[in-house]
Design a protein around this ligand. Sequence first.
Ligand code: BGC
Length: 255
Amino acid sequence: MKLLGKVALVTGSAQGIGQAVAIRLAQEGADVIVDDRAIGESAQQTADAITKLGRKVHMIAGDLANTADDRRVIADGVAKLGKIDILVNNAGVEKRADFWNVTEAEYDFVMQINLRGTFFITQDFVNHLIATKRTGRIINMSSVHEEMAFPHFSTYCASKGGLKMLCRNLAVELGPLGITVNNIAPGAIATPINKALLNNPELMKLLESKIPLGRLGTPNDVAGLAAFLASDDAAYMTGATFFVDGGLICNYHEQ
Ligand code: BGC
């Protein structure tokens, strides 16, 4: 077990990639703070899986778009589980809209959760590490779209592009404090964020034909990388993005 004695906070861990990451970190020995906008049945499923593994779990509802909530999530997690060593900034949203129609409300919704919320909860986490004189790990769930265009998802791409540079910048600024920062860039993973796609067989076929490995990924395809980046094996890795996309980003055919 690579993470025995560590405490991890995984935002958006009631479902999808966040849920798989939370459970995988617990398999590696970490106690876990399960955080999502609302704590319902699916958050409880994450928590039950973690408890079954013999690890401690604390569930907390928080809206990443609200900085007071971000502070409360960190403070409450520390109060309940004693400390936080690993922050996985997993929570994220997307809204499809033609660029010329994007409303301010849609822009704010995506940016506030994907970038602003990630920024400030990370700040709270780093302040916790500084106050307790400890090192730590930051893992951001970015996307292939921190690098690759995604027409009709300009807000999403802007937020993930921001995460790319936030990762690079914090790696330099926080390196001297012994804090590493890395991004995971999933491709098309079967999760609730792309429900519309999953329910459209034609679109699915087209997308699968663009993925060299020929299938969508699963949350578990991503979770192992998060566990690795949180572990001592990744102690000398910082400021980088790691793609988990079945080869999607490299794919180009002339015919
Ligand atoms: C998006 C999905 C999309 C995938 C591949 C992800 O970041 O959330 O909606 O299918 O990238 O394009």
